[in-house]
Design a protein. Structure first.
Length: 391
């Protein structure tokens, strides 16, 4: 692969490019939960259960489910080390500022879960961020061992449950009926949508018993990568990135086939395999993108992606707002009426629009709107928003 230059700008842009790609993958996974009420009950929408719909769901589970948020979680852990280094250079007490940041993130997450999307990840990040803060002085080896043990531990617990015959969908007929009620609720007005979100929150807390440890594991991998300055010398780590690809793709894709073919998150056996192998596939994705971003063509792609990555919080929340306006009765009310293929087209259209808006916004401002508000809360002052030197 032809490697391009890797100056400071390209290094920063590469990380933002990864964030932007993670945003697309997260949207592709999450949009199904806006388009129908059935996925939250782990059953397919019978109105769109043709072979075409099944094929699209299978491909999404194969390539993106459980990989998208792990990539974003890795970047959260990596960015944590950058914030640590920045605070040390400026002589700032990092811990209280970071705790304020996490508190702000938690409040945003609660509002997001209630008003827009009950599958919110921000509250989980805020709580797990406290664990990351407590581990900020651990050695890289300790962080890596803890990450591996977390992943292996949750996989072991799920395997025991699978062997014991535990079923995630104990009554398919009841799940289908619940999916119909949820879809009808999403087709209603703002009160109906919020009530449905609140009703689903206990089930989401249960899902976090799996998602939480995996996210923390990815945090720690990102922390280790940041401590080793992995992404500040991408060209110098080409051999490591190549090994990640060589290991991650065969194992990760094999596990993804078992995960997707076994029913995805609705089947404990497939879920166990997914938990153990999804981190490897997500790491292979990241390695591939980082190597590509160092090429001449890759740097042109990064230039398009990076603005969206720089305002990833705003875009993550914006995705949910746009999906609410498209699929629920608050807007067009298309929940339950759109086939999976069209849902994917809508996801791509939303993402392309976000790329354009992000480029225009970041050409004029230093932060995304939600990043600016969170920074203001964290620093207890109003930071300058408008860019001094427009790009």
């Amino acid at each position: 692969m032809n490697e391009g230059p890797s100056g400071p700008f390209s290094r920063i842009a590469a990380v933002d490019g990864l964030r932007a790609v993670a945003l697309l993958l997260i949207l592709i996974v999450n949009i199904a939960f806006f388009a129908s009420g059935y996925p939250f009950h782990l059953v397919p929408d019978p109105a769109h259960d043709s072979w075409g719909g099944q094929a699209i769901r299978w491909l999404v589970e194969l390539l993106f489910t459980m990989k998208a948020y792990l990539l974003f979680s890795f970047l959260f852990g990596y960015s944590f080390t950058l914030q640590l280094d920045s605070a040390a250079r400026r002589g700032v007490d990092f811990a209280p500022r970071f705790r304020r940041r996490l508190a702000g993130l938690f409040v945003l997450g609660i509002l997001h879960a209630v008003l827009l999307f009950q599958g919110d990840i921000l509250t989980t990040y805020a709580l797990l961020g406290l664990v990351l803060l407590a581990m900020r002085r651990v050695a890289v080896g300790t962080a890596l061992r803890a990450a591996v043990l977390l992943t292996g531990g949750i996989g072991f617990v799920l395997a025991l449950a699978a062997v014991g015959g535990t079923q995630l969908v104990t009554d398919p007929a009841a799940a289908l009926a619940a999916g119909q009620r949820s879809t009808e609720a999403l087709q209603g007005g703002i009160g109906s949508v919020i009530t449905e979100h609140v009703r689903q929150l206990p089930a989401m807390f249960g899902a976090l018993l799996v998602q939480g440890p995996l996210a923390l594991s990815a945090f720690l991998f990102g922390y280790a990568a940041g401590r080793r300055r992995l992404l500040t010398d991408i060209a110098g780590n080409r051999q490591l990135l190549r090994r990640v690809q060589q290991l991650g793709y065969p194992i990760g894709l094999a596990g993804a086939v078992i995960f997707a073919s076994g029913g995805g998150t609705a089947n404990l056996t497939g879920l166990t395999v997914g938990v153990l192998t999804a981190p490897l596939l997500a790491a292979a994705y990241a390695a591939t993108l980082l190597r590509f971003f160092q090429t001449t063509r890759g740097q042109r792609v990064v230039a398009v992606l990076a603005p969206a990555g720089r305002m990833s919080l705003s875009n993550y929340l914006g995705q949910s707002l746009l999906c609410v306006l498209v699929f629920t009765g608050v807007g067009l009310g298309l929940a339950g009426a759109v086939a999976p293929g069209v849902v994917l087209v809508i996801a791509v259209a939303i993402y392309v629009a976000q790329l354009a808006v992000s480029a225009a916004w970041m050409a004029r401002f230093r932060y995304g709107p939600m990043e600016w508000l969170l920074r203001a809360w964290t620093e207890q002052r109003w930071p300058q928003l408008r860019a001094a030197d427009p790009v």
